[in-house]
Ligand binder design. Structure first.
Ligand SMILES: [Zn+2]
Length: 134
């Protein structure tokens, strides 16, 4: 599939972060994993490279003509050997506790300023009306 259609949606996701991409029932799925790097412990400020575990997060990147774009983000968690605190790695495309990507949220906000219905926006950004209203 041509990746050019998706650059607007995936511009926070570097090509090398995408480990796999496939289509499933009209949904375009990208497996995303970031390279392991040193992270600063948010609790004590020490640097750590110790990986604790991984969690798969589903990230909605929006919708292209052919269907929704879904990222399966394998988010790494680090553990700090100094204080024992564990925390998720930082990433440029999805915020904590959110399911919509940063780019998708920006597109959603842009659309709110235009005179389109909430239903149309929800449909286009592959989310629910309640999320749009929030
Ligand atoms: Zn620490």
């Amino acid at each position: 599939m041509p990746t050019t259609d998706y650059t607007e949606f995936l511009h926070n996701v570097k090509q090398e972060y995408i480990t796999n991409s496939y289509e499933l029932d009209g949904i375009f799925i990208f497996d995303i994993e970031l390279p392991a790097t040193s992270h600063i412990c948010p609790k004590c400020g020490e640097t750590t490279k110790h990986i604790k575990d991984y969690r798969i997060r589903t990230v909605k990147f929006g919708k292209v003509q052919r269907g929704p774009l879904i990222g399966k983000y394998r988010q790494r968690r680090y553990i700090c050997p100094h204080c024992g605190h564990s925390f998720a790695e930082s990433n440029p495309f999805v915020r904590k506790h959110m399911q919509l990507s940063v780019t998708n949220i920006r597109m959603l906000s842009d659309k709110l300023t235009e005179s389109v219905t909430y239903t149309a926006i929800a449909n286009e950004c592959d989310t629910s009306i309640t999320t749009v209203l929030r």
